[in-house]
Design a protein around this ligand. Sequence first.
Ligand SMILES: C[S@@+](CC[C@H](N)C(=O)[O-])C[C@H]1O[C@@H](n2cnc3c(N)ncnc32)[C@H](O)[C@@H]1O
Length: 217
Amino acid sequence: MYDVPFVATPEVVVRRMLQLAGVKPGEVVYDLGSGDGRIVIIAAELGARAIGVEIRKDLYEQSMARIKDRGLADRATIINASFYDVDISNADVVTMYLLTSVNERLKPKLERELRPATRIVTHDFEIPGWRPAVVEEIYEDWRSHKLYLYKIPGREVPIPAAAKVEDNWLAQVVELIDGRRSIEEIAEKLGTTTRRVREAVEQLKKLGAVSEVKILR
Ligand SMILES: C[S@@+](CC[C@H](N)C(=O)[O-])C[C@H]1O[C@@H](n2cnc3c(N)ncnc32)[C@H](O)[C@@H]1O
């Protein structure tokens, strides 16, 4: 009835997946097919805003209860739905432990919705036709697990406009906007997340200090 049965990723492997993806506090992490919610819970414990999508009602209820028990309800949640139907365009990181055939079916959605520089980590099953940035094998209890890290290609380049800004943080961001640097590069220079810079750029657009954000694929 479901695309993939429930098989849990061991905790050490979950931690390595999130580490490979470089999850940072404040980033938005989606686990597609979230099972008992372990990836969501560990990501939230690392300070991320974590969202699981789980089609099975029993697993949805179980994982929501675990989230509440751990006091993580302010930054972790599970959506009881099919992952094909959930908008994931605000993701910074997506994790998946599905099947190659399901990854193949999800591929057009990932390509359509995810922004440049979004990281995707899959456990054991690759995304056919995508070139991974990292492939890693790790061992746990004599079992080997393969992890694939992908990054959505392309650049988001904010274009400067004339208006001046007062706010200190926004001024730091605007100083680095030159119509060539990408949001990712600006985040790197400022030692922060692309998410925070993207939010600043949105504010700068409203203030008239950025005219548009060009997406270069
Ligand atoms: C292999 S388990 C992975 C669980 C968890 N992500 C982990 O790594 O421990 C896959 C999960 O995907 C769920 N699932 C299968 N098809 C789905 C769909 N179309 N939408 C949402 N969840 C689905 C299953 O119920 C199962 O819990």
